[in-house]
Design a protein around this ligand. Structure first.
Ligand SMILES: NC(=O)c1ccc[n+]([C@@H]2O[C@H](COP(=O)([O-])OP(=O)(O)OC[C@H]3O[C@@H](n4cnc5c(N)ncnc54)[C@H](O)[C@@H]3O)[C@@H](O)[C@H]2O)c1
Length: 394
């Protein structure tokens, strides 16, 4: 471990936890130091390579909190295990950077941080949608370049969202929340594609349509698309919210871009490889009225040649979860996963992590991806709530 890029907190702690980036807030660090651990934190903003991380794990690291920018593959997880590691905690809800099967084979629980990114990421996707549809980034550049010489009837015309059709691919936590923000805010019809039906979303929007009608307004409609092509042909805005795996790699390629409307908006705040980015560059060049908004990139942090030169594309640097509230709570959840596994506490079996955002939080691991395969004990939502309540009032 290089000395310049690392700081040690609580050096006399009995067990060593490695954290590969500085995390926001201070609750995560309090959780780890209060549990009696020595914490080694990498202070560099550089993305660490596997050799650097492997070196930091030696000697005697019991757990690591790592980043989505690092590949926690079988070799690195084996190094963690060899160093004395008993778990790996990912500072993200997505876990495509972790070989969970390899971790399970090594007997290492893998933590992630669901539940505190959903609204934040959905809001970023909405922000990108509006920025792209209404050409906000182009307008900003136009002003800064001193090109604004007065209002014109034809200046930077964009797309109206109101009463248009929204398409989401992946109707999980983020996709559903994003869809509700735009359907309720802009009265858009929704068409969604997911490998699983989302009846709760369909029921909610059917009720919402009834509510609008009861108030003398046109209802909104929601349907599950028969295929991705069906969705692409119907939607004015298409937003990607599926997980990245073998089934979603290059889910949007040249052939599917060709199915989309001439004035369509494409948003990606999921994972970069869902889009064939070279094909997107070609499509945006050939179709100036087509617009895209990207938070994530195929070769992140690199951009495919030509992308940065396109005026009909808005680019932001993977900001989906970038609010202080979310990032601080992600840190607390990642630290709680560590403390819980090291203490042998059960795994939380409930959809809502809110009890973990308060202090003291329940004696459980908020989210362990391979809990079932490792046969870890679980504790139900209700019993956790009761216990947390008892401790708070004690
Ligand atoms: N930009 C960011 O900063 C940011 C923040 C949070 C999450 N994410 C990414 O967004 C993704 C979605 O997050 P989430 O919390 O909504 O996850 P989620 O698991 O709740 O939802 C994912 C959905 O994708 C669906 N799906 C799986 N395979 C599919 C396929 N082949 N086609 C269509 N749908 C498919 C699933 O059925 C599920 O409904 C995560 O995997 C994560 O990588 C990005």
């Amino acid at each position: 471990m290089g000395t310049t890029d690392w700081r040690t907190v609580n050096p006399s702690g009995d067990r060593r936890v490695v954290v590969t980036k500085e995390l926001p807030g201070d609750r995560w660090l309090q959780l780890l130091t209060r549990a009696g651990y020595r914490v080694d934190v990498c202070t560099s903003s550089r993305i660490l390579g596997p050799e650097e991380i492997a070196a930091a794990l030696q000697p005697g690291c019991v757990a690591a909190i790592g980043q989505l920018t690092e590949s926690w593959d079988a070799a690195l997880l084996a190094t963690l295990k060899q160093a004395g590691g008993v778990m790996y905690s990912n500072y993200a809800v997505g876990f495509d950077n972790v070989d969970v099967a390899a971790a399970s084979a090594l007997g290492l629980p893998v933590g992630n941080t669901p539940g505190v990114l959903t609204e934040t990421t959905a809001e970023l996707a909405v922000a990108l949608t509006l920025a792209v549809a209404r050409r906000i980034a182009e307008g900003d550049r136009y002003m800064r370049e001193g090109r604004f010489n007065g209002w014109l009837p034809t200046l930077l015309l964009g797309e109206l969202l109101y009463r248009k059709t929204l398409g989401i691919i992946g109707a999980g936590r983020t996709g559903t929340t994003y869809a509700r923000m735009l359907v309720e805010g802009h009265k858009m019809d929704l068409v969604y594609y997911d490998v699983l039906p989302n009846e709760a979303l369909e029921d909610y929007l059917a009720d919402y349509g009834g509510f609008l009608e009861a108030h003398g307004e046109q209802p909104v409609h929601c349907r599950r698309a028969e295929s991705i092509e069906d969705l692409l042909r119907a939607a004015d805005v298409v937003s990607l919210h599926a997980v990245l795996d073998a089934s979603t790699q290059h889910l949007i390629d040249a052939a599917r871009l060709a199915q989309m409307k001439e004035h369509a908006v494409l948003i990606n705040a999921s994972r970069g490889p869902l889009i064939d980015e070279a094909a997107l560059v070609e499509h945006c060049r050939a179709h100036p009225h087509f617009r895209a908004g990207l938070d994530v990139y195929e070769d992140e942090p690199a951009l495919k040649p030509g992308l940065a030169e396109l005026d009909n594309v808005v680019l932001v640097p993977h900001l989906g979860s970038a609010t202080s509230w979310t990032r601080e709570n992600m840190a607390a959840l990642a630290a709680t996963n560590v403390v819980a596994v090291l203490n042998g506490w059960p795994v939380w079996d409930g959809p809502d992590v809110r009890p973990f955002l308060a202090d003291p939080s329940p004696q459980a691991a908020p989210s362990i991806l391979n809990a079932e395969i490792l046969n870890l004990p679980t504790v139900t939502d209700t019993s956790i709530d009761d216990r947390a309540l008892r401790r708070r009032t004690a």
